[in-house]
Structures are given as structure tokens and as C-alpha cells.
Design a protein around this ligand. Sequence first.
Ligand code: NAI
Ligand code: MG
Length: 499
Amino acid sequence: MSRTATASLLPEVEAFLDREHGLIVGAGRPAASDGGLIDVHNPATGRRISRVAAGTAADVDAAVAAARGALPVWNGLAPAERANLLWRLGEEIERRAVELGQLDTLDNGKPTSESATLDVPLCASLFKYYAGWATKIEGETITPSGGGAFHVYTRREPVGVVGAIIPWNFPLLMVGYKLGPALAAGNTVVLKPAEQTPLSALRLVELALEIGFPPGVVNVVTGDGEGAGAPLSGHLDVDKITFTGENATGQKILEASKGNMKRLSLELGGKSPSLVFEDADLQAAIDGTFGAVYFNQGQCCIAGARVFVHRSVYEPFLAGLAEKVRGIRLGDGLDPRTTMGPLVSREQQERVSGMIAAGVGEGATAVVGGGTVQLPGLADGYFVQPTLFTDVERDMTIMRREIFGPVGMVGAFDTEEEAVTLANDTQFGLASGIWTRDVKRTHRVAAQIKAGVVWSNTYGMFDVAVPYGGFKASGYGKELGREALDPYLQTKTVWIDLS
Ligand code: NAI
Ligand code: MG
């Protein structure tokens, strides 16, 4: 009972938490080279639930060497054997949905109604989907335009050792996003989970080793950004970094990567718009926008938190959305009545609370929330009051910066042209939502929005087969779908003179 406020945990979760967690390098579980440990907290209670190794540059060296050594082993397997291992890992994740869901909820705070039923199955489906691709990676034969007696063909080769640096908002799911395509394409991986949420990644890689992944194919270096992330992104024997996280960190990784011209996939932040037109199904727009803003405690890179509504439906829309925000039940994610958990960390709670205070201070109106919150029995949890603002001007902090918390803002527009201008008025370009019954308008607006994803009459839909990724400052390198394999492969051209 000490680790949680309400529910009891599965025995395998308790057993996992009771162990002290080292790194995973090859088949071994070494402590960090300098013996340092990081405390892992339950965000609902603020209490320590586990400790993991604080990896260093020396640990990154060891993990990269293990990954390098495993490359010929992994590529020595038949594609069908790699496919089989990926598929079986997907099945293992499905079988352990409750266990992995509890781990993510304890670590991240999100309700188990989301971790166990959305994050875990989507993660499993990633491994199964990319298992299918492992046997379908093919080059082509090319006829040179100048003719001649040449046989020219391409080979699609893995880039090599991939460093995967992931954030804390979808701890288990992000592992699948990176590992699925990287491994299917024949790469080996050094995984650096977020220091706030390392547990499910460690468990997942333990399971991979148990079901027969060769040692060294996936290694885990836990630790923070400075200690473990930076040495990984600067490592001269790492061929590619795949990263999801903050824009400023993406820029540091870009800098660090130049020593050996590492390949990069950068999935950075967003400030996505939701546009509600006068002909929209208003209740559907309210429900969908609510999810767009508040899902995952608002800690989503795709959060559609800048909501612009046609003036003729602004009042009823705002009233409907505000009512839903007031109906949020904050609490421990392990409590089935909870619809919104705490934020991931004290730091994030302070950052988002500061952002809310800046909104109030700069003159925005908090229609719902706007203050701080203390829950009975969970006084030390990292909770933030769900907040909805109006009267937000274009230069206010909350309109410009990624908030990454349960904070939305609603404004009005008069014309479609104005709506598009408002939507594009950001350095980011990750996602967007359009609510309208007019199909012509959907296509017209979708073509004008400068963002990698447009959802119409829905929001936040993801599928393993459908590519996803940003424009502009939101980064580059698609994830999901067939396109996500490309950044993990490099094309080699072979010319043979047959004359
Ligand atoms: P972050 O981008 O600093 O952390 C993400 C990952 O990068 C973690 O594994 C971290 O250890 C690692 N990292 C940090 N500094 C690094 C460095 N110099 N070199 C290599 N790796 C490094 O994000 P953070 O600080 O946890 O959150 C701050 C803000 O970033 C959030 O408030 C949110 O606005 C944004 N964010 C966006 C995410 C997204 O999905 N787009 C995910 C997480 C955060
Ligand atoms: Mg950071």
C-alpha cells in the first residue's frame, strides 16, 4: 500500500519495483559505472517507488559497443526470424497489458483506463506491424538512362547502431515507436528512456531478452539528459539518433550529431490548432476538442489546445467545452473513477502552473480553473487544475509556447481565411483539427494548413499503418507506417559493368 494511495498492484509489478534496476547492456545488468542512482516517483503521491541506474558516458560507451557487436548477429538472422521475434514481443506485451499499464500509471500518472487500454495495445501493434515489414525490405533493379551493359541495383541496408532518446508522456508506447521500425530494418539499438519514466522500458527489454532477442540487439541506458542522453547523441559510433521531446533538446541533439553526420529523426513539440466551423456537429466538436486538449493530462505533442471557433457558434461551444472541463475527475490514475491523473513530475507541475499564472497575469480570462489544486489524501501529488482560457492575445506566453498540461484556450473567428491564418500562426506544425460538415471546405482548409497531420471531425487518431510527423519547427522524419522505415535504412547502389 505504501507505493500507491488507493489500489493494489499486481505481484509481478511489486516484484519488479522491489528490485534495484541497473542498465541493460548485452545480456548483463550492470550498475551505472559510478554507482549513481535516480529516484523514480509515483506522481500521484510524490513518493519514491523505485530506483534506476544513473547512466554516464562510460555506460553509453559500453552499450554502444554491445549494440555494434550485435549488428552482425541480428543481420545474420533470416528476416523471417527477426519478424517472428518482433511478433512474439508484440504478443508478450498484449499478454501483460495490466502489468505494463500499472507500471506506466505508477511512473507517469496517467489513468490505467488509458495506459492499459490504449498505450499498451498500440505498443504491441507496433511490434506486430513492423514484424510484417521485416520480410519486405527490398532494393530495386535500375536501368541507367544512358544505357550500356550495366547491371545496376540497390540494396536497402540498416543504418547501423541507433540511439533512441524518448520522453515521459507515453513511456511504453514511445519504445514501440522507435524499436519497431529500427529493429525491423535490421538495426541494433541503445535506448535512453526519460529519467522520469524508465520502468516500462526496462521491463519491455527484459521481456525481449526472455523471449529470445539476441543480447546486445536492444540495450538500455537509464539516466538523465546531460549524463546519458548527451553522450549518446554525440557518440561517434552511433549512426542515427531518433528523438522525441522538447524543441530545445532537439536543437542540442542536432548540434551534438555533427561529429559523424549522424542521421536524425526529430519529433519535437507542437502548438496545434482546432478549428470549429459554423456548420460543425457542435456536440461532436465539443467532445473531440475536449479530448484534443485534455487527453493524457494535456501532455501530448499533438495537443490541439489553440481552439478557434466561428463567432456564430462560439458561445454554445464555449459553454459545452467548459462544462466538460468542470466535469474532469482528478485523482490517482490507479483509481478507476479518475479521468485525469497528475502531471509527470514536480518540475512539470511547476512549469505548467507557471504557464497558467502567466496566462492570468497577462490578462487572459480563466473560464475554468486558473489556480492551483490540492487533493485530499494526495496533497503531495503533482496535480494541476484543468484550465480553460478565453481572451488570449496572439503574443501572450500561453498562445506562443507549448504548455504540455491540461490547459486550453478558445477564441473566435469570422471567416475561413482568418481561421487558416490563426491556425498557421505558430512556429510549429505538428497537427491540426477541422470540424465541419462541408467536405469541400475540409479539403480546402486541409491543403492550406502547414502541419504534418490534419484530422477532420476527429482528433488524435493514430494507426500503426498511417504515417505521422511534423512540419516546420516540429521536426522531421516520419513515424508509423511504411514511411517510418525509410529513416532507419540507407540505400546502397551497386554498378556492375557487364561489357
Ligand atoms: P526533453 O526533451 O528535455 O526530454 C526528452 C528526452 O530527452 C529525455 O529522455 C531526456 O533525458 C533527454 N534529454 C534531455 N536533454 C538532453 C540532451 N542535452 N541530449 C540528449 N538527450 C537529452 O523534455 P523535458 O525537459 O522532459 O520536458 C520539457 C518540455 O518539453 C515539456 O514541458 C514539453 O513542452 C516538451 N516535451 C515535448 C514532448 C513531445 O512529445 N513533443 C515530450 C516531452 C517533453
Ligand atoms: Mg529537458
